[in-house]
Design a binder for this molecule. Sequence first.
Ligand code: OSB
Ligand code: MG
Length: 371
Amino acid sequence: MELRGARLDELELELVEPFETSFGVEKRRRFLLLELEERSGEVGYGECVATADPLYSSETVTTANEMIATRFLPELLRSRSVDPASFLRSAARYKGNRMAKAAVETALVDLAARLSGESVADHLGGGRRRIEVGVSVGIQPTVAGLVRRVGRYLDDGYRRIKLKVRPGWDARPVRAVRAAYPDIEIWVDANQAYPTRNVARIRRWATASRVAQVEQAFPERAIRAHADLARGAPFRVCLDESVVDMPSLEDALDAGAISSLNVKTGRVGGAEVGQALARRARRARVPAWVGGMLESGVGRAHNVHLASLPEFVLPNDLSASDRYYHEDVIERPFVLGPGSTLEVPKGPGIGVEVSERAVRRARRRSRTFRR
Ligand code: OSB
Ligand code: MG
């Protein structure tokens, strides 16, 4: 492929309801949308999941914008021949900045798939036609409100519920949800909020409420604490923030600190990286699934294709469009189907159409690039 131009938009969308995690409350989402144009006129889209503030990881909308606009795009537009893997190889000399890299890589994957007339899923090796999904439920003002919120998601058809927890919002709300719904599958996600001395306490309440999976209880680098939590536990210990590349996954496997892998393309710096991590985890009998970062329809479409691959075996954090935004940037929303599933768009590429009208409405800044 040879690129002719690019457009980098900063967008802002308002969430249907505030999303509270151990980091804080999000009411709206600022993110980058990248459009790459090939010599033939074909375009590919990528979304950057970096957030306005560096709370989930050190990247922000501003740092990603800077990397994409001043390094990645100028270098891509100068080169005769580009593809996702060669882009990641040449960008590897820049440390970190994985969300920025993933935005570019996924746009190249979409473009490459469109040019060969296949879907992103087929381009990555081929997968199922529908994927199983669950819903991630933010911290609520009251326990009764949480139980009602969960009840509405169950009525919508979601089968697997992930509750955001933190010190002070854990044993009691989780027990209340379990008491109200004795048979549902409950996961929890702390986004690193616990001190490592809390291993025994977390194990007690998670066991008592028959939690199936505890995600990222401790800080990113606290591999030993996650291994302590996993030892003999009746639930899976899932890593999200701790796994950012192959060496960090290998270390977690060696330590016995992981029994489920949350794969986010942005966190690991590319779709093909995420696929390789999931494959490595599967060889160690650790199941993988695709996590979410409250993506718009473009990032969601990429995630849905990724989740359809055989490497991904647990229900994913990819809910229907109406769980996230009042107005998305794609023409046709993702809707929840039978058995708590989303349909994988047929393609070509990510198989969704970007709404120029919605993009214009959500746009805060825009830059174009030419060869
Ligand atoms: O840790 O999985 C997480 C959203 C923002 C940042 C981190 C996380 C999340 C979610 C949302 O859990 C999942 C989704 O997009 O549906
Ligand atoms: Mg998480």
